[in-house]
Design a protein around this ligand. Structure first.
Ligand SMILES: [Fe+2]
Ligand SMILES: [Fe+2]
Length: 206
């Protein structure tokens, strides 16, 4: 995969053009002892992605659990599909787009995209499956696929990306990500229950 070569310079932003009064304000977390240490930012795309992975990972556990009831798995899948759609599309259009422009991150960006496409395909098939066993099999495969994808993002891609970027760039991407998410949620793209198989109505709380 992406190997470290020369450090690239991110020319996108100059530190001089810091905006301090964005509507989406940047909050710096103070370290417990720490005045003014800009340790992490709530707008940092890395923090945003990690936070959005959490509920997905939780649902994955149910989807691949040996002990969960079939109905629980199907319910978890419904929630999962909504969250995943919003997360993945926003991630593609903000983070991946950015990564594909940076030589040393480009391959990671494409790899993520390919995995998203695969997951998307399985989601659609699972939504359409009318035979329960088939649907459950697709749900399990989807869970494993996305689990692997998230693992790679967290352990390889994001650390790599972080090395190659500065906080300001990551915040810009983070704001873009949040805006995309908002847009998708308000359009209702988080919820596409076009299948007739799934019994009751979904929650809308992506
Ligand atoms: Fe992803
Ligand atoms: Fe992700």
């Amino acid at each position: 995969m992406a190997k470290k070569k020369k450090k690239m310079k991110m020319t996108a932003k100059s530190p001089a053009k810091k905006k301090t009064n964005k509507k989406t304000k940047t909050k710096m977390k103070m370290s417990s002892k720490g005045r003014g240490k800009s340790v992490e930012s709530d707008q940092d795309i890395v923090a945003l992605i990690l936070a959005d992975h959490k509920p997905l990972k939780q649902l994955i556990k149910t989807m691949k659990s040996e002990r969960a009831e079939d109905s629980e798995k199907i319910q978890a899948f419904k929630e999962f599909a909504k969250l995943l759609t919003v997360h993945a599309k926003s991630e593609e259009e903000s983070l991946y787009v950015y990564m594909k422009k940076v030589k040393d991150l480009r391959e990671h960006g494409f790899e993520g995209q390919v995995e998203h496409n695969l997951a998307d395909q399985v989601v659609e098939e699972a939504k359409r499956a009318s035979e329960k066993e088939l649907k459950l099999a697709q749900i399990k495969v989807l869970a494993e696929l996305v689990e692997h994808h998230i693992e790679e993002e967290e352990e390889e891609m994001l650390p790599e990306f972080k090395k190659e970027t500065n906080l300001e760039d990551r915040e810009d991407i983070g704001r873009h990500y949040l805006a995309l998410k908002e847009e998708l949620i308000s359009e209702g793209s988080d919820d596409a229950p076009r299948e007739k198989d799934i019994p009751r109505q979904p929650h809308h709380n992506a």
